[in-house]
Design a protein around this ligand. Structure first.
Ligand code: RIB
Ligand code: CA
Length: 320
């Protein structure tokens, strides 16, 4: 058997991160070495609890979870509050996932130390996959100048070329800590795949596909139905997708692209992040036409194959 893809996920675990964690933990061609957490979809304490709870649910509690940074690197808080509203009295902002809550604690080593030490001593390539604000990654780069050199592959969910979601210019993960994101794109990582909204909005999961995932009857299949249904309901209320009753499951597409790289269509470009400007803060400036003359620093996914993505979810979540 060919060697498995080793991966560390860096997550702000809400619903799509949860599907990414399950896909990485259960895919037979992936070895999920560890998970680090960061603020984002919810406060750090909640993203950490959500991460542990997902691993409990699918019977993978041995995968270590390391809590990371709870606020942006330079700014005191995100550029503005991010409010959710749900019908739940117990959880009015939808902070927690609709699964049993863990009683476990994260590992004692903090995320940034774990990342630096793991890559310092790695004897095999480990892909680093940040799917939340890039704060932990920027901190690792700042603390250890060789960190970028040690990471063989960085797959980032974030940004948008033609598709924003947080403001008219910016995607959430980049907008939440634009200074961190800017420093990551400037850090000299040698093999960067950026999976922005342009690709994730092409890999929509529909309500019917959700029902098929639930009908698999496995913990991962049933949880994915629950999580993606919640996503579909909120997209239907706030931001209609091209396909009715569907939603992107952004972070899970990164895992799919690790295993089957041609599930996304990429273009090699220079990417920079805007850290100023009321209208443009957090914008990923993707130089698709080489106007900056700067050396490309990322492969940017601009399209994705939805059928293959959903087929992978069905196949992997049907097994356990
Ligand atoms: O903009 C989408 C991204 O923001 C996803 O990673 C989602 O989980 C949130 O972190
Ligand atoms: Ca995320």
């Amino acid at each position: 058997m060919t060697q498995k893809h080793q991966v560390i996920l860096d997550c702000d675990t809400g619903t799509d991160d949860a599907v990414a964690i399950m896909l990485a933990a259960l895919h037979p061609k992936v070895d999920l070495v560890g998970v680090t957490t960061v603020f984002g979809n919810a406060p750090l304490s909640a993203t950490t609890i959500n991460t542990l709870s997902v691993l409990d649910l699918i019977g993978r509690p041995e995968i270590p979870v390391h809590a990371g940074i709870s606020r942006p690197l330079v700014r005191k808080a995100m550029p503005s509050e991010r409010f959710f509203k749900t019908d739940s009295v117990a959880d009015p902002h939808g902070t927690y996932l609709d699964i049993p809550r863990t009683s476990r604690e994260p590992a004692s080593t903090k995320a940034v130390d774990y990342l630096i030490e793991t890559y310092r001593s790695a004897t095999q390539p480990i892909t680093l996959m940040p799917v939340g604000p890039l704060t932990n990654i920027a901190a690792a780069v700042a603390l250890e100048p060789r960190f970028a050199e040690w990471v063989p592959q960085l797959i980032i969910m974030g940004g948008g070329h033609e598709v924003p979601n947080m403001t008219a210019s910016a995607e959430f993960n980049i907008w939440a800590d634009p200074d961190a994101a800017a420093s990551v794109f400037e850090a000299g990582f040698r093999n960067v795949l950026l999976v922005p909204l342009d690709a994730t909005h092409k890999a929509l999961v529909t309500d019917k596909q959700c029902a098929a995932l639930g009908a698999l009857g496995t913990p991962a299949g049933k949880a994915t139905e629950t999580f993606v249904t919640r996503r579909i309901n909120s997209y239907e209320a706030m931001q209609k997708m091209d396909i009715p009753n569907s939603a992107p499951v952004h972070d899970a597409l990164c895992v799919a692209a690790l295993v089957e790289p041609d599930i996304v269509t990429t273009k090699r470009c220079h990417v920079a992040v805007e850290t100023a400007g009321a209208l443009t803060l957090g914008r990923t400036v993707v130089d698709t036409h080489q106007r900056s003359r700067l050396e490309p620093n990322a492969d940017v996914a601009l399209d994705a194959n939805a059928d293959r993505f959903v087929a992978m979810l069905l196949e992997v979540f049907g097994q356990r």
